[in-house]
Design a protein. Structure first.
Ligand code: ADP
Ligand code: S3P
Ligand code: MG
Length: 172
């Protein structure tokens, strides 16, 4: 019996508010493939929302669960995988992305702030979302750029239009 070939997965990375979850879902619908999101997978394993994991178990525990979620999704899944914005800070997670098609959704500070709003769903952004986002975007930009095969600027553009553009640019 032949071994199963490695799954071909498109991985979306970028800061909070870049649209990874929204565009990943749309892209999967257009391509007729499965969609997974590491935040949803972590929540399913932990049995509680990301914000509760941060408060009750701490960020370090969230990052462990997140790394395990990326590993599991990359080994089981075949389709589109959206990561949480901070997942790529882990060097072991970065290594797992090797061989997959990584798309970086770029967003400027103004659009990102507007998109994440003032909700408490993203615990890192609860206090002063604008300055927190600015800091984490500056710190992470080089990592996103290094890992990406494709970069898509999302400012002032509709998710549907972006999903179409990404679909057209994927390797055959
Ligand atoms: N290109 C876009 N234009 C306008 N709003 C967007 C766009 N992409 C996402 N959004 C909105 O911004 C919010 C955050 O999007 P989400 O997909 O959760 O981002 P991420 O997963 O990267 O944090 C959602 O309310 C979503 O509807
Ligand atoms: O950037 C981050 O460190 C985080 C981003 C969030 O996901 P999104 O990027 O999908 O908002 C979520 O994983 C958690 O709140 C931490
Ligand atoms: Mg998301």
């Amino acid at each position: 019996m032949s071994a199963k070939p490695p799954a071909s997965i498109v991985v979306l990375i970028g800061p909070p508010g870049s649209g990874k979850t929204t565009i990943g879902r749309l892209l999967a619908e257009r391509l007729g493939v499965g969609f997974r999101d590491t935040d949803a997978d972590v929540e399913a394993v932990a049995g509680k929302p990301v914000s509760d994991i941060f408060v009750e178990d701490g960020e370090a525990r969230f990052r462990e669960l997140e790394h395990q979620a990326v590993r599991r999704a990359l080994s089981e899944h075949d389709g589109i995988l959206s990561l949480g914005g901070g997942a790529v800070l882990n060097e072991e997670t970065q290594a797992l992305l090797d061989g997959h098609h990584v798309v970086y959704l770029q967003v400027g500070l103004a659009d990102a702030v507007q998109r994440v709003g003032l909700g408490s769903a993203r615990p890192l952004l609860v206090l002063n979302p604008r300055s927190q986002l600015k800091k984490l975007m500056e710190e992470r930009r080089p990592v996103y750029e290094r890992l990406a095969a494709t970069t898509v600027v999302t400012d002032k553009r509709e998710p549907a239009e972006l999903a179409d553009e990404i679909a057209r640019g994927l390797p055959a």
